[in-house]
Design a protein around this ligand. Structure first.
Ligand code: FE
Ligand code: FE
Length: 192
C-alpha cells in the first residue's frame, strides 16, 4: 500500500462528487461492520470498501481506453455499457496507483458490481455493503435487506441480485451476464 486510508480519503475527496464520496465512506464503514460480524479482516474490508468505486468517475471512453491499453477483459455487455467496467478498471488502479497487492482485496473491487460464483467472504462483504450502506435510499426493501445482511450473507447476496435483475428486466440488453450467472449460483447454493 502506497497510502494510508486517510490519505486515500484526501485523494478521493478531490476526484469524486460529494454524493459519491459520501457513498464511498458508507461502503468503507459498512464493509467494516460486516467484517466484524463475520470475522473478516477489518483493514482489508476498509481498503476494499474505500477503493471499490475509485474508477467510477471515469468517462465511458476512458474506461474502455484503459481496458484496451492494459489488456483487461471487456465483455459484450461492458462494450455496450462501459460503466460496468469500473470494477475491473478500479482493481487495476488500486494495484497500480494505490499499491494494493492483496488479491482478495483486488477481487472484491473487481467483482463488486455483478458478484461472481463462489465469492470469498471479503468479496461478498463489499458486494453487499455497496448495496446496503446507509446513504443508499432508492432501492426497495432496504430495511429488510440490511437486517438479513447481518444474519445470512449468502442470502443477502442472493436477494440483492434478484432485486437488481428484476430492476433491469425492462432493459435486458443492459444486464451483465455475470449477474445472472451469480444469481443462479447463489440460488442453487441456498437450495431455492
Ligand atoms: Fe460501483
Ligand atoms: Fe459503489
Amino acid at each position: 500500500m502506497f497510502y494510508t486510508i486517510t490519505e486515500i480519503h484526501e485523494i478521493l475527496r478531490k476526484k469524486q462528487t460529494g454524493s459519491r464520496f459520501v457513498h464511498t465512506l458508507g461502503v468503507q464503514y459498512t464493509s467494516a461492520c460486516l467484517a466484524m460480524r463475520y470475522g473478516a479482516d477489518l483493514e482489508k474490508a476498509q481498503i476494499a470498501g474505500v477503493l471499490h468505486d475509485c474508477a467510477k468517475h471515469m468517462k465511458p471512453e476512458k474506461l474502455l481506453e484503459k481496458c484496451r491499453k492494459h489488456d483487461l477483459l471487456v465483455t459484450q455487455a461492458q462494450e455496450r455499457h462501459p460503466f460496468l467496467l469500473h470494477g475491473r478498471v478500479g482493481a487495476y488502479i488500486a494495484r497500480k496507483k494505490y499499491g494494493v497487492d492483496d488479491p482478495d482485496i483486488l477481487n472484491a473491487i473487481e467483482w463488486h458490481t455483478t458478484g461472481r460464483p463462489e465469492m470469498s467472504l471479503l468479496e461478498k462483504i463489499v458486494f453487499t455493503a455497496d448495496y446496503i450502506e446507509p446513504n443508499r435510499n432508492k432501492a426497495p426493501n432496504l430495511e429488510k435487506l440490511r437486517k438479513i445482511s447481518f444474519e445470512d450473507l449468502d442470502r443477502a447476496v442472493y436477494l440483492i441480485l434478484e432485486q437488481t435483475l428484476e430492476y433491469l428486466q425492462e432493459s435486458p440488453q443492459d444486464v451483465d451476464e455475470m449477474s445472472e450467472v451469480t444469481f443462479r449460483y447463489y440460488k442453487d447454493l441456498l437450495k431455492l
